[in-house]
Write a protein that binds this ligand. Structure first.
Ligand code: SF4
Length: 378
């Protein structure tokens, strides 16, 4: 049932400090990086025997803050992957990076490029200094612009993350961030709403009424501004939160949305392989101990039932390019159009989706209600 080539994700769980809205698994003690890297390489080697014969065409080094690593450390990780997995010649190799790791140190951009990275994704979040301070980020907007200008000398394929719907965020401020990104010629932009994850400092501030979450209506308005502005600027809206100029969709992220296989290395990394899901321990001590005993550091292995796979396939498809009708038939042996004809008609009548020869996809209006539509109809 394999649809696209699989991808490899590597989680580097280190950051210099924890941002006040973040709930990713990460560690701020950078002294244990070397030990972690030894175990990471071991995990890659001992896992590789299970994937003999599969050819991968994307590698994504995420985190955390992988740009904390030196060029040599990145190069060593990639070497271990290339020596143990079959990787396509023209693979997409992405690293997530924070602008502050390159300020006054542009040489590091060459090192990252020379290590074999061909796509860089910056955690910019905003081009407004007050907003960056609110998010407890360590760079300012001027520095982000400078680093991106410099990065353009090394990478054609650049992405940035922007966060919107901050408390009291003005429309003008959001427009300024979007226009700055567009004017910089950044070919891929991810737009995320600020999520108040439980137990984070901003969640606690909201609970104590120090800050307040925007009303849903205002949040939707900001989302529409985001997507209208980028569509007008020539970007394709290819997933609820992702926009790309032609030729710059993220091959790796498309794997998650198009139900392709992927394997994850590093603490808390998730994997999906032929209908089976599992995750690595979300704890670096447990992770290290298992690898010292030559054990794969994973848990919660679970084979999805056919109904669960169907729901996931539909949900992921609706949030991105749409439900690929041919792939649906290949995987589930039935026709999506026949099985869900009444739901399709209702969604179309409301102007929330459209059926074509290859895909059933949501409209821009439908994207706004993607979660509701998935829950209500599928
Ligand atoms: S840099 Fe990214 S991963 Fe690290 S704490 Fe901030 S938001 Fe979380």
């Amino acid at each position: 049932m394999q649809l696209n080539k699989p991808g490899i994700y590597i989680h580097i769980p280190f950051c210099r400090h924890k941002c006040n809205y973040c709930d990713f698994y990460l560690i701020t003690n950078l002294n244990i990086i070397d030990r972690f890297l030894d175990n990471l390489k071991k995990e890659i080697v001992i896992s590789s025997k299970f994937y003999d014969g599969s050819e991968f065409d994307s590698i994504f080094i995420g985190g955390g803050t992988p740009s904390i690593l030196s060029g040599k450390q990145i190069c060593n990780i990639l070497d271990v992957i290339y020596n143990n997995f079959r990787i396509s010649e023209k693979s997409e190799v992405t690293i997530e990076a924070n602008p502050e790791d390159f300020i006054n140190n542009y040489q590091r951009l060459s090192e990252v490029e020379e290590a074999g990275i061909n796509r860089i994704s910056f955690g910019v979040q905003s081009f407004n200094d007050t907003e960056l301070k609110f998010l407890s980020r360590e760079h300012n907007s001027h520095q982000a612009v400078e680093v991106i200008e410099e990065a353009k000398k090394h990478f054609e394929n650049i992405s940035i993350d922007l966060i919107y719907s901050l408390p009291e965020q003005k429309v003008e401020s959001l427009i300024n961030s979007i226009e700055t990104a567009v004017n910089l010629g950044i070919p891929h932009i991810s737009a995320y709403t600020l999520i108040y994850e439980k137990e984070t400092p901003i969640y606690n501030s909201m609970k104590r009424n120090i800050i307040s979450k925007n009303e849903d209506k205002y949040e939707s308005e900001l989302y529409s501004i985001f997507s209208d502005k980028l569509l007008q600027s020539g970007y394709c809206h290819y997933e609820v939160s992702n926009f790309a100029l032609s030729g710059f969709k993220s091959r790796h992220n498309l794997k998650y949305w198009e139900y392709a296989n992927y394997i994850g290395f590093g603490p808390s990394a998730h994997s999906f392989w032929n209908g089976k899901r599992w995750n690595n321990f979300r704890n670096i001590i447990k992770y290290n101990i298992n690898l010292q005993k030559d054990l794969i550091p994973s848990e919660n292995e679970y084979r999805l039932s056919s109904d669960e796979m169907k729901t996931e396939f539909i949900m992921l498809g609706l949030r991105s390019k749409g439900i690929n009708l041919e792939n649906y038939k290949k995987i589930f042996g039935s026709s999506f159009k026949d099985e869900f004809s009444s739901q399709i008609n209702e969604i179309r009548e409301r102007g929330h989706g459209e059926i074509g020869t290859e895909y059933f996809s949501l409209s821009e209006k439908g994207y706004l209600l993607a979660d509701e539509i998935c829950a209500r109809y599928f």
